[in-house]
Design a protein around this ligand. Structure first.
Ligand code: IMP
Length: 426
């Protein structure tokens, strides 16, 4: 048995898409367990670029089973668009499976997400994620399987929900509501298209594990966007941390062998919320430009800053990381000096654990360690000992600060631009 959970160690956008793709090539089964179309992965394979939001990137391999598990908020319209796009690029999608238990993102969730964010100012992706999970927890949401059961169960409940949501949209926000019949017809048409893919995915994953297949759980977003452990309220509404894989896919914790944290060689964040190492100067602009830091889903410019080891240590603790993949190391190539935040200073006190209070985090100043840059192009390097000494020193410092081995180091977007220290799936 070999099961790996891959998680983002920062605020998302760590380059998980490329690492997932790298591992997906050898995996028998790739599973998405949380989030929804708020996520965005860009994968480059054979000079073709694929943009994926809901479907695991394992879909690019003909023999890999790809699962959208019960923890994923499924927007059927977006999923169908993604299927159409993949098929038009010549990709066979027959190995996709979608959980019957997955909560449905309804058009009213997306509208309410946009309307509520005007006041809450979280800077959400407006993909309806928060309102969908809120309804799930409140037990008034719908699952994809509800559309396959007898209409006697679904229709009256759905009619009541549309009425309720229309009251919020019309009476609180003064905007036009939704037509129940139109929504119902649209949902029924969409579910027919997806019907062949819908399955008991927890059972499929269990069987894959029992057959000693290689299973990769692909986290979306990142540790600091976790609803419980992230920088609340500036978080997403799911559990991107490794523990989320068990609940979101219906597997037990004893099934997981390794947890791979993906960390960018610097730090970025989209949306609002505190970010201690953020750079609002020329160095920040240089990271943004060299790293091409724009959101895959929203196109927003990402905020950029130096690597934060306080965050990485927190990610090690929350996820039980056994391995790290360091990405985008090449983005630092031109800097004469590079910095790593080792602790925070708050009101004159040194803090080396990630604070629980958002107010404290907002007042934290980073304490930096400065290292010499390497100032040469490393994007062609494929072996660790060919890296310039200062690049190795940077990686070794990260190892000393986190205590976690670096299994993969990425020096460019292509699969070939990866230094492999150890094969995770042998
Ligand atoms: P939501 O997930 O759309 O509700 O957005 C909540 C917060 O999570 C916002 O700050 C978003 O920018 C952030 N977020 C959501 N998905 C991603 C992602 O895939 N990468 C980075 N940030 C994300």
């Amino acid at each position: 048995m070999s099961a790996i959970v891959l998680v983002g160690s920062q605020w998302g956008d760590e380059g998980k898409g490329k690492i997932t793709d790298f591992l997906a090539e050898k995996a028998d089964c790739v599973v998405r367990y949380q989030g929804g179309s708020n996520a965005g992965h860009t994968v480059e394979v054979m000079n073709q670029q694929f943009k994926l939001h809901l479907i695991p990137s394992g879909i690019l391999y003909p023999n890999t089973m790809c699962i959208v598990a019960n923890g994923v908020a499924v927007d059927m319209g977006e999923l169908i668009k993604e299927l159409d796009e993949l098929q038009s690029q010549g990709i066979d999608t027959k190995n996709l499976r979608i959980s019957r238990r997955a909560p449905l993102v309804m058009p009213y969730h997306k509208r309410i997400d946009s309307l509520e964010d005007r006041a809450a100012n979280i800077g959400t992706t407006k993909r309806g994620i928060g309102p969908t999970y809120a309804d799930k927890i409140n037990r008034i949401g719908f699952r994809i399987g509800d559309l396959l059961d007898s209409r006697d169960y679904f229709e009256p409940r759905f009619a009541a929900q549309v009425k309720q949501k229309n009251r919020i949209i019309e009476e609180i926000y003064g905007e036009p509501g939704f037509d129940y019949r139109e929504l119902l017809d649209e949902l029924m048409e969409q579910v027919e298209r997806l019907r062949p893919y819908i399955a008991d995915t927890s059972l499929l994953i269990y069987e894959a594990m029992r057959n000693r297949q290689k299973v990769l759980f692909e986290g979306a977003q990142g540790t600091l966007l976790d609803i419980d452990h992230g920088t609340y309220p500036f978080v997403t509404s799911s559990h991107p941390i490794a523990g989320g894989a068990c609940v979101g896919a219906g597997v037990g914790p004893t099934c997981i062998d390794r947890v791979l944290g993906v960390a960018k060689a610097y730090t970025t964040r989209v949306g609002e919320g505190p970010f201690p190492t953020e750079l609002k100067d020329a160095e920040g602009d240089m990271l943004q430009q060299r790293g091409m830091e724009f959101g895959t889903t929203t196109g927003r410019k990402r905020r950029c800053g130096w690597l934060d080891a306080v965050i990485l240590r927190y990610a090690v603790r929350l996820n039980g990381l056994t391995d790290l993949a360091i990405t985008k190391l090449d983005v630092l190539d031109e800097f004469p000096a590079v910095k790593i935040c080792t602790a925070y200073k708050y009101k004159g006190t040194l803090i080396d654990e990630f604070p629980e209070s958002i107010e404290v985090l907002e007042g934290c100043q980073p304490v930096y360690m400065e290292l010499p840059g390497w100032q040469e192009d490393i994007s062609h390097i494929t072996a660790y000992d060919q890296l310039p000494p200062n690049a190795r020193r940077y990686l070794e410092t990260i190892y000393e600060l986190t205590g976690v081995r670096q299994t993969l180091i990425s020096v460019g977007p292509k699969r070939s631009q990866t230094i492999v220290q150890e094969q995770l799936f042998d």
